[in-house]
Design a protein. Structure first.
Length: 235
């Protein structure tokens, strides 16, 4: 019963700000820094932005990549990724491939400076050719030189993106790891794409307008996040 009440209260506090005194709909805000549902132009995509691959069955985020650059010569968006059963590599997409909001959404680390973003990109690029880590329950690690971690020099997709920003306070040549921006919203022992997507320092946006179905799923995901925060707070 207590969990049901918490969920209802979470929904109430989410929906209340959506209407003004005249009953008109207002923008939905995830926090004071961002709208929950925001559309931008592809021209506004910046190096260091995060792309989430989405499967709407159970609203699953199954993969994360980092945007590196746009190549005008072939109209290609270049990302870096740690794909399953392969090596860390560049991956190339057309606009048509990444514009569908039912397959891809994007995030930006809003508190990162230009220098921190550049350091995060450089860290990720230094991992090119490194192995894929297939043990997802192994504690995440940000130090590729850690002698006590058998997977220190291997990465799964979301761990690579998380580590890039967690190491963003220093240029990779300095070999100083950690002390950066932690974009794992629950600070757990391992980091999933959804954990990065839910972190309050990550601003989420889309290239194309969302359908009503898309918006319902996003709001449901947000309600679930609020519910988990409440449960953690009172437990």
């Amino acid at each position: 019963m207590k969990k049901i009440i918490v969920f209802i209260l979470a929904g109430f506090f989410l929906l209340l700000p959506m209407c003004n005194q005249n009953g008109q709909s207002l923008p939905i805000h995830k926090n004071s820094h961002q709208e929950l549902i925001q559309r931008i132009s592809s021209a506004d995509l910046k190096p260091g932005d995060i792309m989430f691959e989405t499967v709407y069955t159970f609203f699953m985020y199954v993969h994360t990549l980092m945007f590196i650059r746009y190549e005008e010569s072939n109209e290609t968006y270049v990302f870096i990724e740690a794909p399953a059963n392969s090596l860390v590599r560049y991956e190339y997409f057309s606009y048509e491939e990444i514009a569908d909001p039912s397959h891809y959404t994007f995030g930006r680390v809003i508190f990162a400076s230009d220098q921190q973003i550049q350091n995060a990109i450089l860290f990720a690029e230094r991992q090119l050719g490194k192995a894929f880590q297939d043990n997802f329950i192994w504690p995440k690690n940000f130090n590729p030189n850690d002698p006590d971690d058998m997977y220190a020099d291997a990465w799964y997709c979301s761990e690579l993106i998380w580590a890039a920003y967690y190491n963003c306070n220093h240029h990779p040549d300095e070999q100083i790891f950690g002390e950066g921006i932690d974009i794992d919203y629950n600070y757990g022992p391992f980091v999933k794409p959804r954990d990065i997507r839910r972190d309050l320092s990550v601003k989420v946006f889309y290239f194309e307008d969302l359908t009503i179905f898309d918006k319902i799923l996003i709001i449901f995901d947000y309600l679930t996040t609020i519910y988990e925060w409440f449960i953690n707070l009172i437990s």
